[in-house]
Write a protein that binds this ligand. Structure first.
Ligand SMILES: [Zn+2]
Length: 383
């Protein structure tokens, strides 16, 4: 697939969820041997805790997530069997079709004729298997198949105050592994996903969290993280061109998708998501950012100072960190689960001094010195 087409494809996948109100009819069923394929892992199903079910009649319900949510549909039972409303009312508490018969909600015949309808409601995420946590249920409903997380390996470069919040956001949905490059920070795995440890009153090491003690600019350690992970977030409390260029070089060499989140003064920069060989790399992003500045000389002095002496050490404010980390973790999870994200091809800049939010679209250079080797169509004919 040509590169431009691939990018268009990535954006297109992001736009596909168009807002629309649709009326769906549940299958009129009817066969059934009692062993429903719709049963949850432990056999029970429950109404998705993230949707509001408005019972219009016994045969018609309106399912909504929020006022402006894309998840919105009316479901009706064309057979007018009067089961749909009762079924969904009862399944606000977990149960199987057998349980519904036992407690008198449905007759045995009604249960038997409801298997296809239950399958449909499960497919539409109105009903979910019981062992699913609230976070995983959200993922499954709005981001993608939550089972992908059981094999997802996420990398995180940095372990400062911003990175810890990103780690907590990612760990909330329990990916298989989280590999963290500590960049000199003295942290323990439970510091990164503190909620779990506190809830259990223990300091046990959270499952799947692995620490790698090395600097963010250590090429060997970076390579290890990018090799292991399917997606990497570089989370820096302060803007560090050195660390970001180092990550870019390793990402291009390992072809690992990644994104950065960092604070440049009071401005949080989230993204863009870099997909090596398909979207602009960090080099292109930085060049375009610099080209848009008016006081360029002043900026170059500032940048040189950052690279030479290290950034100012004051940590960003906690509420600013929460917002930036939330966007970064959401973008990462979106990409891991669906292969695209709001951050593909654009960075989000939140300036907390002025309260402004800007999206910066990032174009690709025909001959980017950093990643042109990954772009055969633009290579010089004689090279
Ligand atoms: Zn590039």
């Amino acid at each position: 697939m040509p590169e431009d087409t691939r990018i268009a494809h990535l954006h297109e996948r992001g736009r596909k969820r168009e807002a629309q109100m649709v009326t769906k009819e549940v299958p009129r069923t009817v066969v059934g041997n009692g062993s429903s394929a719709a049963a949850g892992v432990d056999g029970r199903l429950v109404v998705n805790p993230h949707v509001q079910i408005v019972r219009c009649s016994d045969d018609e319900v309106l399912v909504k997530h929020g006022t402006r949510s894309l998840f919105s549909e009316a479901i009706n039972d064309g057979s007018r069997a009067g089961i749909l409303g009762r079924l969904l009312d009862r399944l606000r508490r977990p149960g199987t079709l057998g349980d519904l018969v036992d407690d008198g909600t449905l007759t045995a015949a009604e249960a038997e004729s409801s298997t296809d309808a239950v399958d449909y409601l499960k497919q539409r995420k109105v009903l979910i298997p019981v062992p699913l946590t609230s976070a995983r249920a959200y993922v499954d409903t709005f981001l993608g198949d939550q089972r992908q997380l059981d094999n997802a390996v996420v990398g995180l470069v940095g372990a400062g105050v911003l990175a810890r919040r990103v780690a907590r956001g990612v760990a909330a949905v329990h990916p298989s592994q989280l590999h963290v490059l500590t960049d000199g920070e003295a942290v323990e795995p439970h510091d990164l996903v503190a909620d779990d440890g506190r809830r259990n009153g223990t300091k046990r090491a959270p499952k799947g969290v692995h620490l790698h003690d090395a600097a963010a600019s250590d090429e060997t350690a970076l390579r290890e993280i990018f090799d292991l992970a399917g997606y990497v977030v570089v989370a820096l409390d302060r803007f560090s061109p050195t660390a970001l260029h180092a990550a870019n070089a390793v990402a291009l060499a390992t072809r690992t998708p990644w994104s950065a989140v960092f604070f440049d003064g009071s401005e949080a920069v989230i993204g863009p998501v870099h997909v090596p060989g398909e979207t602009a790399c960090y080099f292109e992003f930085e060049i375009q950012h610099e080209a848009s500045l008016t006081l360029k000389g002043e900026y170059m002095l500032y940048k040189e100072s950052l690279m030479a002496g290290g950034p100012a050490r004051g940590a960003p404010l906690a509420p600013h960190l929460d917002v930036a980390a939330g966007f970064a973790a959401t973008s990462a999870l979106e990409f891991i689960l669906s292969g695209t994200s709001f951050g593909v091809g654009r960075a989000l800049r939140i300036n907390f001094e002025t309260g402004s939010i800007d999206y910066q679209d990032v174009l690709r250079f025909p001959r980017c010195p950093a990643c042109q080797n990954l772009r055969p169509p633009y290579r010089h004919l004689f090279l």
